[in-house]
Design a protein around this ligand. Sequence first.
Ligand code: 13P
Length: 252
Amino acid sequence: MRKALIAANWKMYKTPAEALAFVEAFLPLVASHTRDEIVLFPAHVSLPTVIPAVKNSNVLVGAQNMHWQAEGAYTGEVSAGMLTSLGCTHVLIGHSERRQYFCETDEIVNQKLKTALANDLVPVVCVGEHLDEREANRTEEVLRRQVGRGLINIAPEEAGTVAIAYEPVWAIGTGRTATPELAAEAHLIIRSQVAQMLGREFAEKLRILYGGSVKPENAPALLNQPEIDGALVGGASLDPASFAKIVQYTTF
Ligand code: 13P
């Protein structure tokens, strides 16, 4: 059994004070929850506030992005070492918004992934097709390419903690969710690509999260699908009660 990872991606929302208010309301709601791994991804500026606030709880904290170099003249960027020095344990890599608005390529994803692994950060690599690609029946080709290039030149013994998030771009922030069956189909493609590259044993242990308009109402159907090993939640993770409901989805 793969332990599910339920993650909140707050994107460019919440000041440090708002992030702290979320944590204070959220922690009591999930205090006894051990079934799943819970991770919050606040904006960089909120990390120094959120990380101490979740100390000794069952909630972990990751960053939404980082640079692949250890340091250097890269104005506006942060390094893996800066994140781990704060107590960050996870990092999102290659979110579709980074790919779309900040020109991140599969090659950059690969460099960031190597850096995250070398720094003992749990990388959550995001992949997913655009609507026109799905409509042109190119979903499999896109997913195999993103996973193939994103994870290239990484050995199974190095890649241990990596997780992949399948986030179809047409489902992000649109209220249009992939059906559990459609998401499972995509997850199988991703798992088969990973098996080709890193072996079947590795692929069987790999956690593949679904993201794209996950809400308290649709979370149970998605998360009970055996191929779906967690959720990466945007909009519905901004409210503590709503995100707690997603975390506490009922199993059937
Ligand atoms: P929404 O849940 O708002 O659709 O966002 C999904 C997402 O991009 C999470 O990374």
